[in-house]
Write a protein that binds this ligand. Structure first.
Ligand SMILES: Cc1cc2nc3c(=O)[nH]c(=O)nc-3n(C[C@H](O)[C@H](O)[C@H](O)COP(=O)(O)OP(=O)(O)OC[C@H]3O[C@@H](n4cnc5c(N)ncnc54)[C@H](O)[C@@H]3O)c2cc1C
Length: 330
């Protein structure tokens, strides 16, 4: 089959226990934009068990056709089954490009698909567009985020992963119509993969937080996180962190903001003792109001801040807590 025969943009519709991950809707929105530019279609690949009813949701958010693989073997995320089932869908649809969320699931599945198809995979894209020649271009930070590389993939389908909250979903339109196509899957009974137990982890969904109180290396020791947590609690906020705190094991990676952490877009972002490296700001630059507290008046975070408090966090934060408590009457 010639490379020209590949057309359309396919989104991997990630779902867990029948709930679609919202990155899927964001990817469908971007896929619509790309497909309209190329005059082609948007496909969604929906894999799971008893998931057929989710198809309409994917259509409302932009899919023209949903390929559904419904099998008990896909009840849990067994990457071997998911890989083989997804390959069947790709073989049927022959999309020009495949978009997947840069989630744990996407990051586990995407490289296996790209290896099986012997095609290129561009991870953690920050933008996707069609150039003037009609080529699908993937944009991602390179050299620790200091430049943005524009990457075209010679082989098809091209594959890209994109982090949650990078793109915006289009408005849900319940009048949209689309097709649903079932794809049969009969993989092996045993892939050697067995889920022994599901252990719920600390639930921190920093990407969805409306208010974030983030802290960086300005903090002297792990125990001092307590004052940051106190401030966050008062403001009903989620605690964020720069990477050094995560690397030092002071706080879990779920809280990390930035290039190798999470992309956040809260209404209010309070950056305490954070210098504002490019790797950090790439993750928070689209926040609503940014308030920074820093000893150094020349810290690069100032450039991203609406309010910049020059001072020692160990003096400023307790004062802030006191004032907020007074205002709240607590
Ligand atoms: C490949 C790669 C990926 C990376 N990914 C990420 C990422 O996702 N997220 C991320 O954050 N970083 C990331 N980094 C690390 C990044 O380059 C920076 O090292 C990091 O962001 C710096 O964190 P920081 O601002 O907390 O620390 P510093 O740069 O050390 O800044 C500390 C700040 O605190 C201020 N300060 C010190 N004491 C006080 C005080 N008492 N009161 C008030 N202010 C004070 C200082 O003036 C300074 O501005 C990455 C690096 C690489 C190479």
């Amino acid at each position: 089959m010639s490379q020209e025969d590949y057309s359309g943009f396919m989104v991997f519709a990630e779902q867990h226990d029948g709930v679609i991950h919202p990155v899927t809707f964001e990817l469908l929105g971007k896929a619509r934009e790309l497909a309209e530019k190329k005059g082609s279609k948007v496909y969604a690949a929906l894999l799971g068990y008893n998931v057929g009813s989710l198809s309409s949701e994917l259509i409302y958010y932009g899919a023209d056709r949903v390929y559904v693989v419904d099998s008990e073997k896909l009840k849990v995320f067994d990457v071997m089954h998911y890989k083989d089932a997804f390959l069947k869908v790709i073989e049927k649809a022959k999309p020009e490009a495949i978009l997947m969320g840069a989630t744990n699931t996407g990051r586990t599945l995407a490289p296996r698909i790209s290896a099986a198809l012997k095609t290129g995979l561009t991870a953690d894209c920050t933008d996707l567009f069609i150039d003037e020649k009609g080529n699908f271009i993937q944009v991602r930070p390179a050299f620790s985020g200091n430049i943005f590389a524009h990457i075209g993939t010679k082989t098809k389908p091209a594959m890209a992963t994109v982090r949650y909250r990078t793109f915006k979903a289009i408005e849900k339109d319940t009048s949209r119509k689309g097709e649903v196509e079932k794809v049969e899957y009969s993989g092996p009974d045993d892939t050697g993969y067995k889920v022994l137990e599901k252990i719920p982890r600390e639930k921190v969904n920093i990407s969805d937080a409306e208010v974030i109180v983030a802290v960086g290396k300005g903090l002297k020791k792990k125990e001092d996180l307590k004052i940051i947590e106190d401030l966050a609690k008062l403001l009903n906020a989620t605690v964020g962190a720069s990477r050094p705190l995560v690397d030092d094991d002071w706080i879990s990676r779920d809280h990390q903001v930035g290039f190798s952490g999470n992309i956040v877009k809260p209404k209010i972002y309070i950056a305490i003792g954070i210098s504002g490296s490019p790797q950090h700001t790439v993750g928070m630059k689209d926040s609503g109001i940014v308030i920074s507290i820093n000893k150094d008046p020349n810290a690069p975070i100032a450039e991203y801040s609406d309010y910049f408090i020059v001072g020692d966090l160990y003096e400023v934060v307790p004062k802030l807590i006191e004032e907020i408590k007074k205002k709240k009457g607590t």
